[in-house]
Design a binder for this molecule. Structure first.
Ligand code: GLN
Length: 481
């Protein structure tokens, strides 16, 4: 029975645990049984960096059985701090590192009755789109093990897609929840910047970073997002005050009467693959069938988003990652003097992608280039924000696009860093503009999942979820065909 519950929704597990027909301990045991199957063999999914069945079992015994997530097994990306299991950020520099404190989002899940079953595989310090930059090997896409699950939160997406747990947390700086959700055929949500506390999320690019959620259904994603949202200004100065954050996101309202949905022209370029376009059109058709009005709109600065992102994110990362120097956390490789110790530790602790970004970021922030690159990128970011503001000011409630221009690619297929960066084209805009966005399955191309993206104005998550509930209800089984 627990296996059946695990294959269902969080809501189903919570109902069973609250009524006493299932226990948190039995749900955790079922999750670990499923984990062993998923990870077995040479082509195992490599979902987890660390897990401990005995410790999770003990946590289950103490889990509050009345909470909104009572007995629900959850997985966290390995850059979300927890005092049990690692917080290694997919990096040799933090290999085996255990945090002395707990991220606010992790604490909220635990207090709601959820039980942590493992920390998941990710691209090193969340830089990447495939988990191929993980120092501990990539995770595999459960729908086709020769393909990437997406990234950087790939392991968390796989944990949910492979049925190990119904919800998981990831992090988003430029699409790292939405893109793996799209590649694995599940729901992925990036909230408005500030809705979810970043306390305990290891910083990559602080002005773009968010904690996000994965779920198999829109309702599970809404439930998890409700639990982790909220004011935490004491610990995170950018956390939004409660007055801005509408707490309720769950609804079963599946009609879109009176809702205007923008179709941004720049996200449907002539170069877009025909089958992908056809899937997007089917998504728009589904929204229309539920009563939405679809309107053509324009976000003219969209093509500048990837270049701006790949200046701002590396700039902020070069500052944030300065703390990994051998003196404070994790790895230390002794050298002849302090400087040599820094050099040796950072040279062997960081992988190629992180090194590339630290170098690039240091360069664009240096005295002679700051104005030419960093300041310019910040100005472009402002134009991108204004694009969204203008469209939403015309009475458009939400936007609909594809989450990615292609389905999951094969391992090694995007070996050129630039090609990998360009694959983020539809997702980085929401992080730059700080607006909420989510990916919902809308069908398959070549039998691989395709995600549709719903983007809403700041703090309008309730509207974003309403559109997603309707999309999911209208598409039904067609979302997975
Ligand atoms: N793929 C993007 C990058 O490599 C986004 C990463 C993220 O959202 N953490 O930076």
């Amino acid at each position: 029975m627990t296996a059946t519950l695990l294959a269902g929704t969080s809501a189903g597990i919570v109902a069973a645990v609250q009524s006493g027909t299932a226990s948190p301990e039995s749900m955790v045991a079922a999750a670990f049984a499923r984990m062993r199957v998923a990870d077995a063999g040479a082509s195992g999914l490599n979902v987890f960096v660390s897990s401990d069945e005995t410790a999770s079992g003990r946590a289950a015994e103490h889990a509050p059985r009345t909470g909104p997530l009572a007995g629900v097994p959850v997985a966290l990306k390995d850059n979300i701090a927890t005092p049990f299991l690692t917080t290694s950020c997919g990096s040799r520099v933090l290999e085996g590192y255990v945090s002395p404190f707990e991220a606010t989002a992790a604490r909220k899940l635990r207090e709601a009755g959820a039980v942590l079953i493992g920390k998941t595989t990710m691209d090193e310090f969340a830089m990447g789109s495939s988990t191929e930059h993980s120092a501990f090997g990539p995770a595999r896409n459960p729908l086709d093990r020769a393909r990437v699950p997406g990234g950087s939160s790939g392991g968390s997406a796989v944990a949910v897609a492979a049925g190990i747990c119904p919800i998981a947390l990831g992090s988003e700086t430029g699409g790292s929840v939405r893109q793996p959700a799209a590649f694995c055929g599940i729901v992925g949500v990036k909230p408005t910047y500030g809705r979810v506390s970043r306390f305990g999320l290891v910083a990559f690019a602080s002005s773009l970073d968010n904690i996000g959620v994965f779920g198999r259904t829109v309702d599970d994603a809404a439930l998890a997002m409700e639990v982790i949202s909220g004011d935490d200004t004491r610990n995170d100065a950018t956390s939004a005050p409660s007055s801005q954050v509408a707490p309720a996101l769950r609804s079963q309202q599946a009609d879109l009467q009176g809702v205007v949905i923008g179709k941004p022209r720049e996200y449907f370029p002539p170069t877009l693959d025909a089958s992908m376009r056809e899937r997007a059109e089917r998504g728009l058709e589904a929204l229309r069938a539920r009563g939405a009005e679809i309107r053509d709109v324009s976000l003219p600065h969209t093509t500048l988003a990837v270049p701006a992102y790949y200046i701002i994110a590396p700039a902020e990362c070069s500052a944030n990652l300065a703390r990994f120097d051998g003196a404070r956390y994790g790895l230390r490789i002794e050298g002849d003097g302090l400087r040599a110790m820094y050099e040796a530790t950072r040279s062997s602790g960081f992988g190629a992608e992180v090194t590339r970004r630290v170098l690039l970021g240091t360069y664009v922030l240096s005295a002679g280039y700051y104005d030419a690159y960093y300041r310019k990128a910040m100005q472009v970011r402002q134009l991108i924000r204004q694009d969204f503001d203008r469209v939403f000011a015309t009475g458009v409630h939400a936007l609909f696009t594809l989450t990615t221009p292609t389905p999951a690619f094969k391992f090694g297929e995007l070996s050129d860093p630039y090609a990998m960066y360009m694959s983020d084209i539809f997702t980085v805009t929401a992080n730059l503009a700080e607006v909420p966005a989510m990916s919902v399955p809308i069908g398959r191309v070549n039998n691989l999942p395709v995600g549709g993206q719903v983007i809403a104005p700041k703090f309008s998550e309730a509207t974003m979820f309403r559109v997603s509930y309707a999309l999911e209800a209208e598409l039904g089984a067609a979302a997975h065909r």
